[in-house]
Design a protein around this ligand. Structure first.
Ligand SMILES: [Zn+2]
Length: 342
């Protein structure tokens, strides 16, 4: 359980779900609809029907293991198909990226997706007081590559709710901050029907997305129809990533370089599809063996998060970075031992 990441969204009816979700290559055989215990919030990953524990995610191998007990060298994959986690990484820590969904006033919010405008203003003011500047994930990644990201925090808004333009943008503008809105390419101007229990919220229209992009706000892809990617056939994965990018580039009149996995659900095939579709980066939620440019972990921010909780979450993010890196080294060492077996 992780109360910091909101509550469960049941599997949306009519939305195709992976038959056997994987995380890091391991079949979970878990029920596709996450079942919350009373009063226990679940993670976005659990919402996607991939209810792995942190330990399971971190320990899962990247490919299906051979027969139990058998040892064999890893298959030689073409360079373009090798697991991203095996690629050399110059960065041992991930940037701090906050994950929002909706900024509005809601009486009922079972998935804890909504932050009130007042609370949101407090959170942004807290960042500002600490000398931080909130920026789009695109800007954050560019600044990081140039070694200029010390005081930057990524601000991301999933699903593309219309209230982003109405409530979040004016507050961000007051501080000179920017942000990224990840929109669902096939559902612009419609509603979040994938959230069975509501509340029903309207999504940004085509015109609003066009206007936001023209004003400098980054627009990223959240897929075609808010469908979880793990387990999808290759052609559907390609459509979800490449076609959504093409559609949104027509709307914004320029390149769309960021992707955000619906429900935060990610596996190796999804990261490769996103990379091959031409994106520059992708946002996940949890730290995992896939953590990196195409599976950036993010920090859920909710309406209960005041200054001390945000400070604690910042520390927890760094701790998870460290643990993830240690596990990555352990996996690399294990792979090295396997390669030495004649
Ligand atoms: Zn979403």
């Amino acid at each position: 359980m992780d109360a910091e990441r909101g509550t469960v969204r049941s599997a949306p009816s009519g939305v195709r779900r992976p038959a056997a979700p994987t995380a890091g290559g391991r079949r979970t055989d878990a029920p596709h609809t996450a079942t919350p215990r009373a009063g226990v919030p679940l993670t976005e990953t659990q919402r996607a029907g991939v209810p792995l524990t942190e330990t399971q995610r971190a320990d899962a191998p990247h490919t299906d293991p051979p027969h139990p007990g058998a040892r064999r060298p890893p298959a030689r994959l073409p360079r373009s198909r090798r697991p991203l986690a095996d690629l050399p990484s110059a960065e041992t820590t991930s940037p701090w990226i906050l994950m929002y969904h909706s900024v509005a006033v809601e009486k009922e919010d079972p998935y804890r997706l909504t932050v009130s405008p007042e609370r949101f203003a407090e959170q942004i003011a807290w960042l500002h007081r600490r000398g931080k500047r909130g920026v789009s994930v695109r800007e954050l990644m560019r600044a990081r590559a140039a070694g200029r990201a010390d005081r930057l925090v990524g601000l991301s808004f999933d699903d593309g709710y219309a209230d982003f333009a109405r409530h979040a943008v004016p507050i961000l503008q007051a501080y000179g901050f920017t942000a990224t809105a990840y929109v669902v390419a096939d559902l612009l101007g419609r509603a979040n029907d994938w959230d069975a229990e509501g509340p029903r919220k309207t999504l940004l229209t085509v015109q609003e997305v066009t206007d936001l992009a023209a004003a400098g706000w980054e627009i990223g892809s959240h897929g075609l129809g808010h469908q979880a990617l793990p387990g999808l056939p290759a052609d559907v994965l390609t459509a979800q990533t490449r076609d959504s990018r093409r559609l949104l580039e027509e709307v914004v009149g320029g390149p769309v370089t960021g992707f955000c996995y619906p429900y935060g659900a990610v596996d190796l095939a999804a990261t490769l599809a996103v990379r091959d579709a031409g994106y520059d980066y992708a946002c996940a939620i949890a730290h995992s063996p896939l953590t990196g440019r195409y599976a950036l972990p993010r920090c859920y921010v909710g309406d209960r998060d005041g200054a001390w909780r945000l400070r604690a979450k910042r520390g927890r993010h760094r701790l998870r970075d460290t643990v993830t890196e240690l596990r990555r080294h352990r996996l690399a060492a294990r792979a090295g031992r396997l390669r030495r077996v004649p």
